[in-house]
Design a protein around this ligand. Structure first.
Ligand SMILES: NC(=O)c1ccc[n+]([C@@H]2O[C@H](COP(=O)([O-])OP(=O)(O)OC[C@H]3O[C@@H](n4cnc5c(N)ncnc54)[C@H](O)[C@@H]3O)[C@@H](O)[C@H]2O)c1
Length: 246
């Protein structure tokens, strides 16, 4: 129980990867607070954690709304006394050719994926600085490294997340706060099925699962990763190593 007496905020814990991360950090001993717009599903995740003997709460907050995020994170500090870990996971990845994308659509993707991360991080950073402790994990994507067709704005947003991670790591490192990103490849969420060859990965598995990403997050927030900051940890089954067949 490496994370006993730690409190973790996880955004987007209602479904998919965020749910996997919330379940894992709770199993590691952390009290978990989830910020999500799908409050009923987020409460379901919290109930699963409590039923398993952990501590969890779900709060309704849109990560693009700074005032809502600040109110929610302040409520978490009030309830648990401190926030030690922030996992910026909430995000979306619609697929459209850039030539067909409307300006409103790319503004929405950038607002959610980039400003959502800025908002949540800014809301807790001074609290972490005051406590001289923090672990911040930003969920990026292999799209930050290689780009993905039909996901140009998404790729740009995740590239921004990786750059933000490195710059912030330099700023807050002296306060004993580490900042790292995790870049998943194809992760099968919400009962998605796949043939691994279609996903271009190099391991004989259908793809990755939320638990694979959660294991990477669990490591990066643990004491074992105390000397790791500004890193981007790929969890992609080798997807970006090179073209298949080479
Ligand atoms: N699934 C993949 O293959 C994959 C690969 C690489 C990166 N990622 C990244 O992982 C993260 C999670 O993806 P997922 O596949 O679990 O997606 P998902 O759609 O299953 O989950 C997204 C979660 O974010 C929440 N959310 C959406 N908008 C929100 C908002 N404005 N405020 C608060 N919460 C909001 C949703 O309610 C949901 O709980 C995203 O950042 C995504 O870009 C996913």
């Amino acid at each position: 129980m490496d994370l006993e007496n730690k409190t973790a905020i996880v955004t987007g814990m209602a479904t998919g990867i965020g749910k996997g991360i919330a379940l894992r950090l709770a199993a590691d001993g952390a009290a978990v607070a989830g910020l999500d717009i799908q409050i009923e599903k987020a409460q379901q995740t919290a109930s699963e954690i409590v039923t398993a003997g952990g501590q969890a709460v779900a709060l309704k907050a849109d990560v693009t709304d700074y005032a809502a995020v600040k109110a929610a994170t302040d409520a978490v500090v009030k309830q648990f006394g401190h926030v030690d870990i922030l996992v910026n996971n909430a995000g979306a990845y619609p697929q459209t050719e850039f030539k067909d994308l409307e300006p409103e659509a790319w503004k929405w993707i950038l607002d959610l994926n980039i400003n959502g991360t800025f908002n949540c991080t800014h809301a807790v950073i001074n609290h972490m600085v005051e406590r001289t402790y923090g672990r911040i994990i930003n969920i990026a994507s292999i799209a930050a490294e290689v780009g993905i067709r039909r996901m140009a704005t998404y790729s740009a947003s995740k590239g921004a997340i990786v750059s933000f991670t490195k710059a912030l790591a330099m700023e807050v490192g002296p306060h004993n706060i580490t900042v790292n990103s995790v870049s998943p490849g194809a992760i099968l969420v919400n009962n998605a099925q796949s043939n691994y060859e279609n996903k271009g990965i190099y391991l004989p598995r259908p793809g990755g699962y939320p638990a694979d990403v959660a294991a990477a997050v669990s490591y990066l927030v643990s004491e074992d990763a105390a000397y790791v900051t500004g890193a981007d940890l790929l969890v992609d089954g080798g997807r970006i190593l090179g073209p298949r067949g080479s």
